[in-house]
Design a binder for this molecule. Structure first.
Ligand SMILES: C[S@@+](CC[C@H](N)C(=O)[O-])C[C@H]1O[C@@H](n2cnc3c(N)ncnc32)[C@H](O)[C@@H]1O
Length: 341
């Protein structure tokens, strides 16, 4: 492992870590295996609030001589993410060599924590400042999911937990956008709905609790609920049952999204985390998605799971179900209803 810095040395996993005269540890990455770089970076982070790597310029296409393929920017960005660091704009330091600085991410946004919903989802809160549609990891999977359950022109769409209406904006970004949709947004935050109303004056909005959706709300060609079903106080399984029984037209689509990310400063990091646990853990998200998916399949829906920072379950039912599919479903229904577990 080549190190550029002069100065003190100390033992580190994978070799000796030299700390330069400058406060920031710096490693010139050569032929070493990635595991050595990771160990060095962890050690550096334990001692310093930044570290730097000098790496072969990924655009030069030069790999370690050990036969390992050249490392792309994705490798260094992923390294930053798994170490909970920010990857700063690289600087060219010599022909074919760039220096990248890594610094620890800011703490998680306060709205991930235990504050009350009214405060958390107020448009003036830090959640209100989030613009998911400005993140490719939210935007592109959301558009793909909406494309899968695209409502017909003139169709009726219900957006539950709509907050300031980002899902409504995304519907308008489909190519081509569905025409003349009748959109209803529901949220219990009156202040978020005021923002949504101002943004989408043609949509209608209902301030209320999704646990008490009135049957008179009617049936829809698409129901969207992102970041809602795991909210405290929401009876997700009862809500899903009610949606399927009372609020979907024949052939309607459903888009359910569960958060799989945390906001830290200006950055978003992949992975759900259970409250009060430091490490990311997808157990609850995976369990809930599997339950919703099983229930929907038992009721004749075709499903797809995708997404990145939100995991997105899309489900749709063909308007004309074949007799064969119905028999198969009746057989499957002999197993207990997934939402009753
Ligand atoms: C995490 S935000 C998600 C907002 C938006 N769908 C998104 O994905 O960016 C959850 C939203 O659901 C709303 N909400 C939570 N529980 C609710 C309930 N029981 N009834 C209605 N809205 C609720 C909150 O007010 C908030 O606007």
């Amino acid at each position: 492992m080549r190190r550029r810095d002069s100065g003190r040395t100390r033992d580190a996993p994978g070799g000796t870590l030299r700390v330069g005269d400058e406060a920031t540890p710096r490693l010139a990455v050569g032929d070493e295996a990635l595991i050595e770089v990771v160990r060095w970076a962890r050690e550096a982070l334990a001692r310093s609030d930044a570290f730097e790597l000098e790496v072969p310029d990924p655009d030069a296409g030069v790999g370690p001589s050990s036969g390992v393929p050249p490392r792309s920017w994705r490798a260094w960005v992923d390294l930053a993410e798994v170490l909970a660091c920010r990857c700063h704009t690289p600087e060219r330091v010599a022909a074919g060599t760039v220096r990248v600085r890594f610094t620890p991410l800011a703490p998680e946004a306060s709205w991930h924590g235990g504050i009350g919903d009214a405060e958390r989802y107020d448009p003036a809160s830090s959640f209100g400042a989030v613009r998911k549609l400005e993140h490719p990891g939210f935007l592109v999977p959301l558009l793909e999911a909406l494309g899968r359950v695209r409502p017909p022109d003139g169709g009726r769409v219900l957006v539950l937990g709509c907050h300031r209406g980002d899902e409504i904006e995304a519907l308008g970004a489909l190519d081509p956008p569905p025409r003349s949709l009748a959109i209803t947004g529901v949220d219990r935050s009156g202040r978020a709905l005021a923002v949504a109303r101002a943004r989408f004056p043609l949509a209608s909005f209902v301030e209320g609790d999704v646990n008490d959706l009135p049957p008179a709300l009617g049936r829809f060609h698409l129901v969207v609920a992102i970041g809602l079903l795991q909210s405290p106080g929401v009876d997700d399984k009862a809500l899903l049952r009610r949606l399927v029984q009372h609020h979907l037209e024949a052939g309607a689509g459903l888009l359910l999204g569960l958060p799989n990310s945390r906001f830290r400063g200006n950055e978003v990091t992949w992975g759900a985390r259970t409250r009060n646990y430091r490490a990311s853990d997808l157990s609850l998200v995976v369990r809930d998605l599997a339950t919703y998916r099983r229930y929907l399949q038992q009721h004749g829906f075709v499903t797809h799971v995708g997404g990145r920072y939100d995991l997105l379950l899309t489900a749709w039912r063909r308007a004309c179900d074949s007799a064969e599919a119905k028999v198969g479903r009746l057989r499957r229904r002999r197993t207990p209803d997934a939402t009753q577990e």
